[in-house]
Structures are given as structure tokens and as C-alpha cells.
Design a protein around this ligand. Structure first.
Ligand SMILES: NC(=O)c1ccc[n+]([C@@H]2O[C@H](COP(=O)([O-])OP(=O)(O)OC[C@H]3O[C@@H](n4cnc5c(N)ncnc54)[C@H](O)[C@@H]3O)[C@@H](O)[C@H]2O)c1
Ligand SMILES: [Zn+2]
Ligand SMILES: [Zn+2]
Length: 365
């Protein structure tokens, strides 16, 4: 089967035929239908996020179950699934607490599946799986907990976004930050994930949703997704503008959805007393931020991270797709361009440029 493989950071992905093993016990083989182009893959391509190579990238996928391994009960051949990059064991400390996104199985298997081995090979050489999904490929083997059964009337080239951007963004606002009705919010970074934070804030009933991005084209998308105000920090002082819009207080909820120290520090600065700053962006390995610790005690400001929108995949993903079908959340408006697998590098060139594109989708069938 064909897949997009990264051999070295800062080189194009190579589209080539790979051998894929059958699913082992507890695993599922999925025929991938579509996959969004998320910035997290780009962090691996640039070497900002170090991973064992060669690796098949892609983690925002959806498809159809082709084969199930022994003992799999939650899906069967022919089922439509969203791929979750968050394996869940159901019995660890965090799963038991109702926080499956923090499941303890996850860190043990970087680049491999949960048993520590891979299912992908090129001429007998091992190829690693990105994010337990490796879905820039015609087929993917995933743990059963990563194959989330969904309703069949959702187009798979829309469902795939729930595999990362939509879940991460809406979940950061609704699950992690728990944005309250009537509150003020600011979102720095209006890419595929940030636009979903914006729609999550709007969905939660925020009175103000202030979008901040260097590209005016992204700010236009932001308005479509529910931004009440937009600020381009290339043209205006974003901190001053947010303070003015919030009566000098700062926002009740701030979100950083890029991944630079400067923008994380800015988001914290824009957070008002008693407010909470949520970091969604994935920073380069070794990055550090600088904050004045007295702000924690004197202003009761908090800073926290959000991983995968604090998802409970089997609850949240089908629910988000119900909301999409009921026109309560937007996904179509996210999809700016469609590419074939052979054009995956072009999709990432566009993501790097940014302008005019919210999210690209790689379509397999
Ligand atoms: N926490 C998670 O679970 C999770 C999941 C998925 C993605 N992410 C991360 O979220 C981040 C965003 O991903 P994405 O796919 O939306 O990326 P993207 O490239 O589509 O969006 C980034 C946006 O930030 C804007 N930007 C860049 N520098 C800026 C600056 N200095 N000031 C204002 N705006 C600026 C860009 O114009 C762009 O619109 C990435 O770091 C990604 O790895 C995190
Ligand atoms: Zn992603
Ligand atoms: Zn667990």
C-alpha cells in the first residue's frame, strides 16, 4: 500500500509502497479515506518535534474498517471510523478518573503501536507510525481504542477533522477551559486548530471571542467561525487592543494555538485576574517560557495545557459529528483545498505559507 514517509527532517515526504502486516489481537486495519493536514505533522517534518525515523506521518484521519484482529468487539469490517491518536486502556489511573486523554499507555510506545512493535516495513526495514495512526497511507493499523465508530452519513473527508483539529480546538474551549457563557475570550493563532477553539468559545456562549493572527485571511475565517473581534498584531498592539476591548481587565480565557514562547507569554499577559490561559500549541523540543510568578498569587491567574481537547474519544467524537450534521458546528468551512496523497508535500507548502487556507484535506477515495 502507498504511504507518505519522512526519512530526514527538512526533506520532502516520499510517497512509496510499504508492506503492512495484518492487525494483531486488539488491533484494527483501516482503509484510510481522508486525512487533514495538521501542523503537528509539520513539527515532525521540520525536526521541531523529534521522532524516530523513517516514519509514516498523518494523524487526522477517517476511513472504513478493512479487517479486525482477534478479540476486537467495538468495530467490524465495513464500519466507518475516525482515527484517534490517543490509545486508551480503560483501566489505568487516568482512564479510571474519566481522563482517557491522559491514559498511561501512551508514552511507552513512541513511533510504535502499544506492544512496542511496528506493522510497517520497506524491504524488511522497520518504518515507524506517527501518533499511533500513521494515516498518510492507504491503510493504517491502529489499536481498537483508536478506531472510533461513527455514523455513516457523515462524509469521511469531513469526519477526519474530528480526528484532530475540530476535537482539539472545540475540546480545548469546552472541555479543558470550560468557557462560561457571557465570558471574554481571546485566541492567538487562527489556523485549523485555532478556528476550532474560536467556534468552541462561541458555542460555549462567550460574549467576546477575540481572534489574533498575523494573516488577515485567517482573521476573515475567524469571523466565519464566531470571532466577535479580530486583531492583526503585525498592524496593531495586540495586548493594548485586548485590554481596551475587555474594559482594561484582560480576557477571562486566553488560548495560545501556535507554539512560540512569545505568543504563550502574550496569551498569559492578556489573561485577566482569576482567568485561565490554555496552551494548545506544541512547542519545539527544548523551548522555555518566562513568566512573573507573582502574577499567579496576586492575580490568581492560571496557565494550563490542553491535550487533544481533553477528549473522551468515544463520547466526544460521535457527538461532534452529530453537531456537524445538525449544523451546530462548522467543518465544511474549514476545508480550503483537497489534494491526492501524491500531492501531500504541496499541502504542507500551503500550510507553511498559510494565506488563504484554513485546512487542507488529503483524499484517498
Ligand atoms: N494540544 C494538542 O493536542 C494539539 C493538537 C493538534 C495540534 N496542536 C498544535 O496546535 C498548533 C496549531 O496547529 P494548526 O494546525 O492550527 O497550525 P496552523 O499552521 O494552521 O495555524 C497557526 C496559525 O498561527 C498564525 N501565527 C503564526 N505566528 C503567529 C504570531 N506570532 N502571532 C499571531 N499569529 C501567528 C498563523 O498565521 C496560522 O494562522 C500547532 O503547534 C500544533 O502542533 C496541538
Ligand atoms: Zn493534529
Ligand atoms: Zn488508560
Amino acid at each position: 500500500m502507498k504511504a507518505a514517509v519522512l526519512y530526514e527532517p527538512n526533506t520532502p515526504l516520499v510517497i512509496e509502497d510499504l508492506h503492512i502486516d495484518p492487525p494483531k489481537a486488539g488491533e484494527v486495519k483501516v482503509k484510510v479515506a481522508a486525512n487533514g493536514a495538521c501542523h503537528s505533522d509539520l513539527h515532525v517534518m521540520t525536526g521541531d518535534m523529534r521522532m524516530p525515523l523513517p516514519m509514516v506521518l498523518g494523524h487526522e484521519g477517517a476511513g472504513v474498517v478493512a479487517e479486525v484482529g482477534a478479540g476486537v468487539t467495538s468495530v467490524k469490517e465495513g464500519d466507518h471510523v475516525v482515527l484517534s491518536f490517543n490509545p486508551v486502556c480503560g483501566i489505568c489511573h487516568y482512564c479510571t478518573q474519566g481522563k482517557p486523554h491522559l491514559c498511561e499507555t501512551r508514552p511507552k510506545a513512541l513511533g510504535a503501536l502499544l506492544d512496542g512493535t511496528t506493522r510497517l516495513r520497506k524491504n524488511n526495514d522497520e518504518i515507524f507510525h506517527f501518533a499511533y495512526t500513521a494515516s498518510f497511507a492507504e491503510e493504517a493499523i491502529v489499536h481498537e481504542s483508536c478506531a472510533i465508530k461513527i455514523r455513516e452519513d457523515v462524509p469521511l473527508d469531513r469526519a477526519c477533522f474530528v480526528g484532530c483539529g475540530t476535537m482539539t480546538g472545540v475540546g480545548a474551549a469546552v472541555n479543558t477551559a470550560n468557557v462560561q457563557p457571557g465570558s471574554s475570550t481571546v485566541v492567538i493563532g487562527c489556523g485549523g486548530v485555532g478556528l476550532n477553539v474560536i467556534q468552541g468559545c462561541a458555542l460555549a456562549g462567550a460574549r467576546q471571542v477575540i481572534a489574533v493572527d498575523l494573516l488577515d485571511s485567517k482573521l476573515e475565517f475567524a469571523k466565519t467561525f464566531g470571532a466577535t473581534h479580530t486583531i492583526n498584531p503585525g498592524q496593531d498592539d495586540a495586548f493594548k487592543a485586548v485590554m481596551e476591548l475587555t474594559g482594561g481587565r484582560g480576557a477571562d480565557y486566553a488560548f495560545e494555538v501556535i507554539s512560540t514562547a512569545k505568543t504563550i507569554e502574550l496569551a498569559f499577559k492578556m489573561t485577566g485576574r482569576g482567568g485561565v490561559c490554555t496552551v494548545v500549541g506544541v512547542s519545539p523540543d527544548g523551548a522555555r517560557i518566562s513568566l512573573n510568578p507573582n502574577i499567579f498569587c496576586l492575580m490568581e491567574k492560571r496557565i494550563q495545557g490542553s491535550y487533544y481537547g481533553s477528549t473522551r474519544p468515544r463520547i466526544d467524537m460521535p457527538r461532534l459529528l452529530d453537531m456537524y450534521m445538525d449544523k451546530k458546528i462548522k467543518i465544511d468551512e474549514l476545508v480550503s483545498k483537497t489534494f491526492a496523497l501524491e500531492q501531500v508535500n504541496e499541502a504542507y507548502d500551503l500550510l507553511k505559507e498559510g494565506s488563504g487556507v484554513a485546512r487542507s484535506v488529503i483524499k484517498f477515495f
